[in-house]
Ligand binder design. Structure first.
Ligand code: HXC
Length: 257
């Protein structure tokens, strides 16, 4: 399938999805959402893909939802059309997904990065939820995922003032997993994705599901869920292979990768 607002590249077991609306700083419009959902659906069905990197340009990961597309909407359009509801499908991607962020990740751009499993940021990255400056509030998870990720104080600060934070502050508060020099961003993210994609695919999916469960449930239920998932890995050839390889002092060759 060919796309107009994104680029999709396969590098072995890793897929790189590049947001590609340079004239609008990768603003997230309906066409881009449709294409990103289609691409993630395609990658989800492809057993040859074990991890996905989502990235943008040097200047912008994405400068938010497309303001020019939103401007003419009235309440009925937004509500009846469930504007931005389709992003839930992006967030529901089951395969591990890394956001590689350089430049602006604002509004919906920051929210898309937070839908990924972790963020690797270039030292040029700037994160923010500036919706308040437009007379609205975040609508793709900004108040929710950010509060769960970095806590109440900074989430309130960012969402109420609309200010941007740089990569160093984002790493300090835990929004970002790693910060790297801008020139190393994509290769670092791809290397991390390759590492993940080399492991057992069912096991990496279970890790993702279990960590995400931590944000949905009590500790006791989360622990029970994790342990049952752990038990279920003993039904996988990959568990036999992984443990045999350790004992035999050789690299594991995971069947389901
Ligand atoms: C549409 C956008 C855009 C956006 C930038 N552009 N951001 N178009 N939607 N979110 C366009 C500009 O209009 C301009 O096009 C071109 O991209 C370059 O942008 P400039 O402003 O000229 O660049 P610069 O001076 O470098 O400033 C960069 C910037 C600024 C600081 C990122 O563009 C900015 O403040 N953008 C808006 C950020 C924002 O408010 N994001 C939140 C959106 S609301 P033209 O054709 O004019 O030259 C949101 C809601 C999410 O995300 C929830 C949805 C449900």
């Amino acid at each position: 399938m060919t796309y107009e607002t994104i680029r999709l590249e396969r590098r072995g077991r890793v897929a790189v999805v590049t947001l590609d609306r340079p004239k609008a700083l990768n603003a997230l419009n309906t066409a881009l959402l449709g294409e990103l959902s289609a691409a993630l659906g395609e990658l989800g069905r492809d057993e040859g893909i074990g991890a996905i990197v989502i990235t943008g340009s040097e200047k912008a990961f994405a400068a938010g939802a497309d303001i020019k597309e939103m401007q003419p909407l009235g309440f009925a359009d937004a509500y009846l059309g469930d504007f931005a509801g389709g992003w839930d499908q992006v967030a529901a991607t089951r395969k591990p997904m890394i956001a590689a962020v350089a430049g602006f990740a604002l509004g919906g751009g920051c929210e898309l990065a937070m839908m990924c499993d972790f963020i690797i940021a270039a030292d040029t990255a700037k994160f923010g939820q500036p919706e308040i400056t437009l007379g609205v509030l975040p609508g793709m998870g900004g108040t929710q995922r950010m509060a769960r990720s970095i806590g109440k104080a900074k989430t309130m600060d960012l969402c109420l003032t609309g200010r941007m934070m740089d990569a160093e502050e984002a790493e300090r508060c835990g929004l970002v997993a790693r910060v790297v020099p801008a020139g190393d961003l994509l290769e670092t993210a791809i290397a991390a994705a390759e590492k993940i994609a080399g492991f057992s695919l069912p096991a990496t999916l279970m890790v993702k599901e279990a960590v995400n469960r931590a944000f949905e449930t009590s500790l006791a239920e989360g622990l029970r869920f994790e342990r049952r998932q752990f038990h279920s890995t003993f039904a996988l050839d990959d568990q036999s292979e992984g443990m045999a390889a350790f004992v035999e002092k050789r690299p594991a060759q995971f069947r389901h990768r």
